[in-house]
Design a protein around this ligand. Structure first.
Ligand SMILES: [Fe+2]
Length: 192
């Protein structure tokens, strides 16, 4: 049985960029719903004792297992999201920033590409930053899809489902994404 993970900061810690109200629904209602639905779907099945990552990989591209994949993906994506945000977040530092500037010319250019990808994701989904053989890349996934299914380990994600921003920004996804990158983004360490 999967359990709801603790939020690594107070529900109001990301204000004013993500309100306490948004997080109380997002962390307090949407996320546990994915955890509970996944638990119900896997109860008594071959997936019952598997890790979340193994369930995601085993159900990827299997039409008859789509509901399990969607919910397992959303559990993983949200648990990564809680770590991808921090009250002390913002532009990356050190080796990651050096690599971004080297590849994209400036952080500003990278920020623009990440923002544009996140905004352009049609419907619900996620924007991701990851490292591929020393190269920093951007990708998006739809709905509950996750790079974990493709063996990709991300260093940041941004939730662009409306439930992540509608109470604070209504339809202004671009504003949600910009505030996220500029103030909340908590970049995971690069592998050496
Ligand atoms: Fe979400």
């Amino acid at each position: 049985m999967f359990k709801v993970q603790e939020l690594p900061y107070e529900m109001s810690a990301l204000e004013p960029y993500v309100s306490e109200k948004t997080l109380s629904f997002h962390y307090g209602k949407h996320y546990p719903n994915y955890v509970n639905t996944l638990n119900k779907l896997i109860e008594g099945s071959e997936f019952e004792n598997m890790s979340l990552e193994d369930i995601i990989c085993a159900t990827y591209n299997k039409p008859d297992k789509q509901a399990i994949f969607n919910n397992a993906g959303q559990v993983w994506n949200h648990e990564f999201l809680w770590k991808s945000m921090s009250p002390q977040g913002g532009i990356p530092k050190g080796k990651l920033l050096d690599k971004i500037v080297e590849q994209y010319g400036s952080f500003e250019e990278f920020r623009k590409q990440l923002r544009d990808a996140a905004v352009a994701q049609f419907g619900s989904g996620w924007a991701w930053v990851y490292e591929d053989n020393g190269t920093i890349k951007i990708m998006t996934t739809a709905n509950g899809d996750t790079p974990i299914a493709r063996g990709i380990k991300p260093i940041l994600n941004i939730d662009v489902w409306e439930h992540a921003y509608y109470l604070d920004y209504q339809n202004r996804r671009v504003e949600h994404v910009e505030k996220f990158i500029d103030h909340l983004a908590n970049w995971q360490e690069l592998d050496d």
